[in-house]
Every structure is written in C-alpha cells, then in structure tokens.
Design a protein around this ligand. Structure first.
Ligand SMILES: NC(=O)c1ccc[n+]([C@@H]2O[C@H](COP(=O)([O-])OP(=O)(O)OC[C@H]3O[C@@H](n4cnc5c(N)ncnc54)[C@H](OP(=O)(O)O)[C@@H]3O)[C@@H](O)[C@H]2O)c1
Length: 408
C-alpha cells in the first residue's frame, strides 16, 4: 500500500513539483501556506495529527535571503522553531521527516566541495536560521532526512532563471556575479529525487531503516559547478536553441523578445546586497549517492531539461531498471529486441549527448512517438551503439516530455 505523505509548502518551487510527483508513490496531503502556516504552531501540529502520515515533507521555508537580514525573527520562527514542532509531532506518531536545507549553512571559505561533516558557519541570517532548523529537527528525536540543496530554480515563480530572462528582455548587457560558485538545481529534479528517496524508504520502513538508509544530513544538488555568471550565459544559450515557444517562457518574458547580447562578469563587491553570500557553496553528493544509489544530473543537463519543461514522471528506479535490462541485452548481443522491448532512435533535438548515442533500448510500453519515430527493424546490430549510462538516463528523461505535452 502507498504510504501517506503530508507536504508543507506545496506552492513553492520544490513544493509544487513535489505535489505533482509524489502521488506516483504515495497518498499525498499537500498544504500551502494558507492551509498550514508555519508561524501557527498549533495548526502545524493539528495537520500532522489529523493526517497521520508516514512521511512529513517540509518544502516550506522563509527563503528571501536579503529580506531575512531585516526580519530575523520571522525567518527564525519559520526556518528554525517550526522544525522543532514538526519533529516533535512526527516523533509522537513515528513519522519520518524529510526536510530541505541549504548550502548557505557554510561560509564558502573551503576550496573544494563541502561534505556533510564540514563545520557549518553561516554568513547570513537565512543560513543561520536554516542551520538552527537542522539542529531543532535533529534534537526533536524524530527520524529525519535533511537534504541540503543549492541555488534552486524553476520555470515559474521568483528565481534566477526567470529573473535573467526578464532582464534579458530589457537590457542589451546583463551584469552577473562571477565569484560565487555553486550548483544550480532544478526544483523538479529535487522533487523527483525526493520521490525516489521516499519510495526507497517506504519499502524499508517496516524494517530497521538505519541499516540501509541512516537518518541524517545529505547533500543533494546538481552535479558539477558554475558561477551565477556561467549560469546566466547558459540560460541565454539555451534560450537561443529553444525548439518552440513554451508557455512558461511566454510568462517569464511576457511575450517580449530578448534583447540581451552580452553577459558581463562582475564581482560580488560590485553587486551590493544586504546579506553576505558564500564564495564557494558547492556541495559533494557522494554520501547521497552511496546511500540512495543515484546522483542528480549535471547542472547543465538539468537546465536543458528544465527549459523544455521535461516531465520527470519516470522515477529514477525505473530508469535504473532500464539500464540493467540494457546491460543484459548488450551482453547477449541479440539481433531482435526481446518481448516487450524496442530499439528506438532518439530524436536529435534533445542535443549532442543523445545524438552521439542515438540508439536506445526501452520497454515497448513507454515507446511513444517522439522516441519511436524510427525504430530499427532488425534491432540493434552493434552492441557498442547502446548508450552509456548517463546518456541513457538523460535521453529517457528528456524523451518523456513530448509524451505528456503536445508540441505547440
Ligand atoms: N531557493 C533556493 O535557492 C534554495 C537554495 C537552497 C536550499 N533551499 C531550500 O529548499 C527548500 C525549498 O525552497 P524553494 O526554492 O522551493 O522555496 P520557495 O519557492 O521560496 O517556496 C517556499 C514556500 O514556503 C512557503 N512559506 C513561506 N512562509 C511560510 C509559512 N509561514 N508557512 C507556510 N509556508 C510558508 C512559501 O509560501 P508562499 O508561496 O505563500 O510564499 C512558499 O510556497 C527550502 O527549505 C529552502 O530553504 C532553497
């Protein structure tokens, strides 16, 4: 039976995508700020008591980094105190809390990616309140998974991707900070990974979780790294190769053409902000990968999927299952696909990664038009043409979009 999940913050970037993806593996009660305000502790307690979830996922947070400097008390109540309350209530009913934290718990002085055991030392109020929230949850005694992520963006709402596109409709030259390095992570990828984590935890939940999936802090960001400047350039590069006018893009630009021609790199000191930010906020994802068995794709690959509004309704488990089948076939060098499977050519609009490895073996049940445009009649003759793991996954994730969205 699917486990019950209570989601706080369902209208945020990550929350919105969770509300879409979690029903694949759970019975979800998704609450936005109007339905459960984290400033109202009694309401928070009541919603946990009433819905009796196996998992509480908290995607609600005070995320206005600069505003937090002038509203520390509100930020603290939402990001810190509410976590103690959620943890306490979850402990009473034996629920597992999944909570998001941030790269901003670190001061950025390390010259390599931060691991979970590195000493936090936040530079701003937001980072401090998030760090204190981690501690409050840990001290509550509830079973918890704190997923620290970074530079979250989505195709809707207020975030860097949308802001850059808006500014690019107004100015020929954009000025963007080059000396803050991180790993921009797409909200939908965070939601897909969380869905996968919950699926895994739910299977183990009746046994002792700690054996395979120990409670704790995990870094979960896109792989790779870039500066805000690098991210801005990549956004404009992606924009120039958009295959079609997508609705979200029209909303972001309000239907206007982009006039930006250059992105000029500036230093943090040339872009004064109320809150100080870490120079290096790259997080190492090895612990997450070791425990949960997968990594989030590279930030550039995620951006490519995000701008196309790719639907990630394939859980990563399924993708891994496909890889395994793929490997088996590679070994046996069959000339025809086995029952229920099909060889397909990947539509090259999904870019160089897939174009280099154009042949995929996928289950026939998900072999829809865009992928199945030119199935190879005699099967794949050269086993070496089968894609490498990373390409297979990115191709599959990308290929899902046209299945649920008709091209405009
Ligand atoms: N955004 C980033 O760059 C980033 C980076 C690292 C980590 N994170 C962490 O990732 C998680 C998800 O972030 P996100 O980007 O999805 O944030 P987001 O888009 O700002 O969404 C946060 C959600 O929390 C809700 N919220 C704020 N105050 C609330 C309250 N008092 N009661 C209930 N809900 C409240 C907001 O409601 P409204 O919609 O009504 O405003 C919003 O829907 C957060 O824990 C955040 O700290 C974010």
């Amino acid at each position: 039976m699917k486990p019950r999940v209570l989601l706080f913050g369902s209208a945020g970037q990550v929350g919105r995508d969770l509300a879409i993806l979690l029903p694949q593996v759970s019975l979800v009660c998704a609450l936005d700020r109007g339905q459960a305000d984290l400033l109202q502790f009694e309401a928070v307690r009541a919603s946990i008591r009433e819905s009796k979830p196996k998992f509480v996922v908290n995607a609600a947070a005070y995320t206005a980094v600069d505003r937090a400097e002038t509203e520390p008390q509100i930020a603290e109540t939402i990001n810190t105190d509410a976590l103690g309350v959620i943890g306490e209530e979850a402990k009473k009913i034996g629920a597992i809390v999944i909570h998001y934290s941030t790269d901003y718990v670190f001061d950025g002085s390390k010259d390599s990616p931060y691991v979970e055991d590195d000493l936090p030392s936040p530079l701003n109020v937001y980072g401090r309140t998030k760090l204190d929230g981690e501690v409050a949850l840990q001290e509550s005694g509830a079973e918890y998974f704190i997923l620290r992520t970074s530079s979250v963006y989505s195709t809707r709402g207020r975030n860097f991707l949308v802001a850059i596109l808006k500014r690019a409709t107004l100015h020929e030259e954009l000025q963007v900070v080059r000396d803050q390095i991180g790993a921009p992570t797409w909200s939908r990828m965070i939601a897909a990974a969380t869905t996968n984590v919950i699926q895994k935890l739910a299977i183990e939940a009746s046994r002792d979780l700690s054996e395979h999936y120990p409670s704790g802090i995990y870094h979960m960001t896109a792989a790779g790294q870039t500066s805000w400047h690098g991210f801005a350039e990549a956004i404009l590069e992606e924009y120039s190769s958009f295959p079609e006018a997508l609705p979200w893009l029209n909303d972001a630009t309000q239907g206007k053409e982009l006039v930006a021609k250059r992105v000029q790199a500036i230093s943090s000191s040339e872009y004064p902000a109320l809150a100080r930010r870490p120079i290096n906020s790259v997080l190492a994802n090895d612990k997450f990968c070791r425990v949960f068995g997968f990594r989030l794709p590279d930030w550039r690959e995620q951006l490519n999927l995000a701008v196309r509004d790719a639907q990630l309704d394939l859980t990563m488990n399924e993708v891994r299952g496909l890889r395994e089948q793929c490997t088996q076939i590679r070994g046996s060098r069959r000339s025809r696909p086995p029952k229920g499977m099909a060889f397909c050519r990947v539509n090259s609009q999904f870019g160089a990664l897939t174009a280099r490895n154009p042949i995929l073996l996928i289950p026939a049940c998900i072999c829809y038009a865009p992928l199945g445009r030119s199935p190879l009649p005699g099967g794949c003759r050269d086993a070496n043409q089968l894609p490498r793991r990373r390409c297979l996954r990115s191709s599959l994730l990308a290929a899902r979009r046209p299945l649920v969205r008709s091209p405009l």
